[in-house]
Design a binder for this molecule. Structure first.
Ligand code: HAX
Length: 445
């Protein structure tokens, strides 16, 4: 067993015992009720999942193993001479429940570099698809194609005991994360750089190597990539990508099958694809108004027009958050610190002034504030990464860190197959008619 893996397993034992004891002692305790609108309303506010890696607070935003994004930008190790945390560090934190030292982060980085060789047939699968295929479709297919290498599937066929599931899952997770940047960069170069591919440089950290393979070797893009891959890494368990991966994983599908499912969810415009939609919406606004830098008044008119056409304002709103997303704020801070004036970033910041009061004035929208996707595309465009159809793939590379760390934990704790109940409207009506319970508040999220 490699040293990193052994340390994880040894340290995790006390926590696993604690989780199991808690579960046993409190099995019958009631922690909340839910109402009809929650049953129809996408189960919002119903706590029905265990996710150890991060927790989202509606007012404060995400905490990774208890740490906020500003805290992590301060505390996580950086590359030598670097200014943003290395994403290897947030993975270590989510996996180990412990802040890493610089050496710990280097150990993860080197471990991934050793595992990063992508089997040739994965590239053949990508090459076989037409060039108009969406990058997220290729990304999901490539992840599925890598499933031929699954250690878990092999071990299961050979009759592995339940208590050992975590071990080949760990191997699959580490291999998959190590290979994602190579696959993602290959898709980019195939679609947008005439198939001129760039070999990985194993001396670089995970994020810098991704930037390098995409064809952006500057310090500035590497710095942005480290921040980008850190802040998109996890958002507790109920979001569509994390939940899909968890659900599929609960059937003991391996890490590749589970993560591909998560990516199919991330590819939806109400979730991760919103980062592409934001830039598309901005481009349509500029074209419609025949102007690169519309005034706040013009933006306001365009927002109202979009709403009147029955469309959503991409990058705004959230199912849980009720304040500006700290991932948006981190990117705004990055732009202010490292980038001077940029017309698209300026537009994104002025949209932030205009949109919340308009959305807030429409009673039904619960959160008028921007989410992570409102900002990310503008930063990428600043550095010349203009292919907005590709942006969600970058999100997908990052999201693996949290979702797959959680998959190891799910196997270690032995979480069962997920199977929530459902009800027909007829039966629900009968239940409501015979209920003597008073309406209840939503469970805290
Ligand atoms: N623009 C216009 N209308 C919006 C809106 C927005 N940005 N956000 C919410 N609404 C509407 C909803 O469509 C819903 O309308 P109906 O009742 O007519 O169906 C109503 O307001 C109530 O919605 P809500 O309860 O406030 O929000 P939900 O939890 O249902 O949805 C969404 C949350 C993120 C899906 C929603 O805010 C949205 O569509 N936002 C735009 C797309 C987007 O930015 N998605 C990315 C979210 C973050 C993420 O996952 N990133 O990857």
């Amino acid at each position: 067993m490699d040293k990193l893996k052994e340390r994880f397993y040894q340290n995790a034992q006390a926590m696993v015992a604690d989780i199991k004891a808690f579960q046993k002692e409190n099995a019958d305790k009631k922690v909340g009720e839910y109402n009809v609108s929650q049953i129809y309303g996408g189960m919002h506010g119903i706590i029905g999942l265990i996710t150890e890696t991060s927790k989202l607070d509606p007012e404060e935003g995400i905490r990774f193993r208890g740490y906020t994004i500003p805290e992590l930008r301060e505390k996580l190790p950086r590359a030598q001479g670097g200014f943003e945390p290395l994403p290897e560090g947030i993975f270590y934190l989510m996996l180990m429940n412990d802040l890493p030292t610089f050496d710990d982060v280097m150990e993860v980085s080197n471990n991934w570099a050793r595992r990063a060789i992508v089997p040739k047939h994965v590239f053949t699968v990508i090459d076989a698809m037409p060039l108009h295929t969406h990058p997220m479709t290729l990304f999901s297919m490539a992840i599925e194609a890598m499933q031929t290498e699954s250690e878990f599937t092999k071990a299961y066929r050979n009759g592995i005991a339940k208590k050992d599931y975590w071990d080949p899952t760990y191997e699959d997770v580490m291999n998959l994360i190590a290979r994602l940047p190579r696959v993602a960069a290959y898709i980019y170069r195939r679609l947008y750089r005439e198939d001129k591919h760039i070999e990985p440089d194993p001396k670089l950290d995970w994020a810098a190597n991704y930037a390098h393979m995409l064809g952006y070797d500057t310090l500035e893009v590497k710095r942005l990539m480290r921040l980008y891959l850190t802040i998109h890494a996890d958002h507790e368990g109920g979001n569509v990508s994390a939940h899909s991966a968890h659900l599929v994983g609960s059937a003991l599908s391996d890490a590749y099958l589970s993560y591909a499912a998560g990516m199919n969810g991330l590819a939806g415009p109400l979730h991760g694809l919103a980062n592409q939609e934001v830039i598309l919406w901005i481009k349509h606004m500029q074209k419609d108004l025949d102007c690169e830098s519309p005034t706040n008044e013009q933006i306001s008119q365009y927002v109202k027009k979009t709403m009147a056409e029955g469309k959503v304002i991409p990058g705004y709103g959230h199912a849980v958050l009720r304040k500006t997303d700290p991932r948006f704020t981190a990117q705004m801070d990055f732009a202010k610190k490292y980038i001077g004036f940029d017309p698209v970033i300026d537009l994104v910041h002025r949209i932030y002034e205009v949109v919340p009061p308009i959305l807030g004035s429409i009673g039904k929208i619960k959160n008028p504030w921007p989410n992570v996707d409102a900002h990310s595309g503008a930063l990428l465009m600043h550095y010349g990464i203009n292919e907005y159809d590709y942006y969600t793939v970058m999100f997908g590379v990052s999201r693996a860190l949290g979702v797959l760390a959680q998959l190891i934990w799910s196997r270690l704790v032995g979480l069962p197959i997920e199977r929530p109940g459902s009800i027909t409207t007829d039966l629900l009506k009968k239940k409501v008619a015979t209920s003597t319970q008073k309406p209840v508040e939503k469970a805290a999220t």
